[in-house]
Design a binder for this molecule. Sequence first.
Ligand code: C2E
Ligand code: SIN
Ligand code: SIN
Ligand code: FE
Ligand code: FE
Length: 401
Amino acid sequence: MPDEKRNPLKLLEASERLYQIKDLDALLERVLSEARSFVNADAGTLYMASGGHLYFSFVQNETLFRGETKDKYIPSGQSLPIDKGSIAGYVAKTGEALLIDDVYHIQSKVTFAFNPAYDRETSYRTKSILAVPLKTRDEEIVGVLQLINARNASGSTVAFSMQDRIFISEFARSAADAIERARLSREMVLRLVELAELRDPFETGRHAKRVGAFAVELYAAWSARRGVSPREVHKVSDVLRAAAILHDVGKVAVSDAILKKPHELSFDEKVQMRSHTWLGARLFRRTNSFWDYMAAEVCLNHHENWDGTGYPGHIPDIFAEKVYPGPGKKAAEIPLSARVVKIVDVYDALVSERAFKTEWRQEHAMRFLRYQAGKQFDPELLAIFLTMEDLLKAIAQKYAY
Ligand code: C2E
Ligand code: SIN
Ligand code: SIN
Ligand code: FE
Ligand code: FE
């Protein structure tokens, strides 16, 4: 009987799926989970290389965390030097894969040692390790993929095989290329955000990234409740993060006098401010990939209110020389992506400092949101959002600096 897991066709399919993911965080997480599932590894760590160090990007551990999300917001500051002293460091330094049957019985003549600190802290027992470099076609090492504790069909921990090493090394090569590409597109997005930041010092890149991360989490929780297929959730999450990051990019076209005004805006200024929605949308309406489509959707609709009192409303032509905002969109007329971003944007604006206001306490912000359920906000999404307080704090910490 062919091995259900270690099927080369599955590997190829998995590599191809990676190429469709544009968002870097989503991609890294996917690389780790595909590789783990392929060789039935209980746990794994993905390190990204930068400036002579390896940074923990994602840690997954079936036994310790079971679910997938709990591990996402580990403190991102922890790192290892790229040298021959540690397992991952050795792999990054030499570009060679390592296959270790039992980390507590490593031959004494090798240079690297297993660091048992994590096991001690968590009472997890690491045994077998397969660590491969994430090396691009240009031979650049962008990180290390480390898989831990292979399991056999009955769930006992076993060693990784030579076959596993070959498969995972091959997979790591496609993954490295996809990561390199995603890094480039992320840089493009961040450059756009920086451009917006130059104009509005209170709407920082950190704010944009938080809105991106919050939006993905809220959408994931909503999808879980609605029974949306994992395939669809993955597909949407990638593009939603980027679209949410870019929600206010149209502000680059709004005058400084308005953006930086330390007081409440006049009626006239508010009307001018509204243009940031369709000006942003215009940037993404020239092409029609799913990515551009969602970015335009979010830019255009993130200030619509559930009850129809938001802006800019139905617009006959967003490219018209003079745009005429129409009656507000209502409920399901507002795209789901924009209903999600609406909630997380207002939340983050409230708990952040702005040119015209100080930050609110989280409880205060949550109370305001609850009061606005069914008015500004989609009540179903808002009810889910209100259960996410701890996660919001964890994300805010990750993007605090
Ligand atoms: P933003 O700062 O990203 O705020 C996003 C949305 O969060 C706002 O959309 C509003 O719905 C909500 N929000 C932010 N701060 C507060 C607040 O103190 N109280 C309440 N109740 N809601 C708040 P909105 O109103 O359509 O504003 C869009 C953008 O216009 C804001 O983006 C900000 O850049 C600018 N803006 C809004 N009001 C003022 C203002 O009074 N003075 C200045 N200088 N800019 C403003
Ligand atoms: C992209 O999707 O192009 C990059 C967005 C991101 O990684 O945040
Ligand atoms: C919904 O179920 O709320 C509709 C989803 C969507 O608007 O795309
Ligand atoms: Fe906005
Ligand atoms: Fe905003």
